[in-house]
Design a protein around this ligand. Structure first.
Ligand code: AKG
Length: 253
């Protein structure tokens, strides 16, 4: 499922780490692209997430997002904010559940869920951050990019100016893997690129071992009514069609 492996950066201190890229097998890219029209309406419309970045500046993340998992209650969206995304079931999207299993097998990982981020255009972005190390530990974080090409910026933790150490131009079907202690040393971001008119969707795999149901209850109280009704609509819309396409994908991939 993963091709064209490249190691872009690596090191051994404080523990081994690396930044690696792959290309997703074209069949997987095709099936996931076909899934997007039913997946995107199911995301939580999060107009703005604001938090204080390590440089002390207010950082903004503007993207629609949902965390899919059948084992974890929720996922803390950023270690810099207390916002938790309540888990959505894989049931309406068996192709995603199959993708999770395959990714775990190929990378020898134990991911328990997938965060889907949707950036409608280049005005949508996510500021410099490290992925929540609580559940992930030294496990890698792998991200599939679909749609518009966007910059995936790597900057040093502790750099006040968050200068780019590496700018990856993530194209449709590109995959990035941040391994080992990478999150302790580097931040990553998808900066705004106002000239980009087309949408990008990313699927990023997480290992969440603790159950975050309690925190979820608190942080999602306000948005729950809208959230649940969206989920029900999405489940109704997608149940029939996606199960068929997952079976088809299993045969083809
Ligand atoms: O969209 C991306 O590629 C980055 C997503 C991300 O950094 C996150 O979900 O924490």
């Amino acid at each position: 499922m993963l091709q064209d492996h490249k190691v872009l950066m690596s090191g051994i201190a404080p523990e081994p780490w690396s930044l690696e890229t792959f290309r997703l097998h074209p069949e997987w890219t095709k099936h996931l692209t076909a899934l997007l029209p039913s997946l995107i309406p199911c995301l939580d419309k999060r107009p703005l997430l604001e938090y204080t970045a390590p440089n002390g500046h207010k950082t903004r993340a503007r993207r629609d997002v949902a965390f899919f998992s059948d084992t974890a209650g929720g996922y803390q969206l950023s270690k810099l904010s207390s916002l938790v995304s309540k888990s959505r079931s894989f049931k309406p999207f068996p192709l995603l559940a199959y993708l999770l299993r395959e990714m775990n097998e190929v990378l020898g990982e134990g991911y328990t869920g997938i965060i889907v981020n949707h950036y409608e255009n280049g005005w949508r972005s996510i500021g410099p951050h490290s992925d929540n190390p609580k559940g992930n530990g030294l496990h890698g974080v792998v991200t599939i990019s679909l749609g518009a090409t966007r910059i995936y910026r790597v900057s040093k933790v502790g750099d006040i100016d968050q200068k780019s150490v590496f700018d990856l131009h993530m194209e449709h079907g590109d995959v990035v893997l941040m391994k080992g202690a990478f999150q302790k040393l580097y931040h990553h971001s998808v900066p705004p690129e106002e000239h980009v008119m087309l949408p990008r969707t990313s699927l990023t795999f997480r290992r969440v071992i603790e159950d975050t149901k309690e925190a979820t209850k608190e942080s999602t109280k306000e948005s729950n009514t809208q959230f649940n009704s969206t989920e029900q609509t999405c489940a109704k819309q997608t149940l029939g069609g996606e199960q068929t396409s997952a079976k088809k994908a299993k045969r083809e991939i």
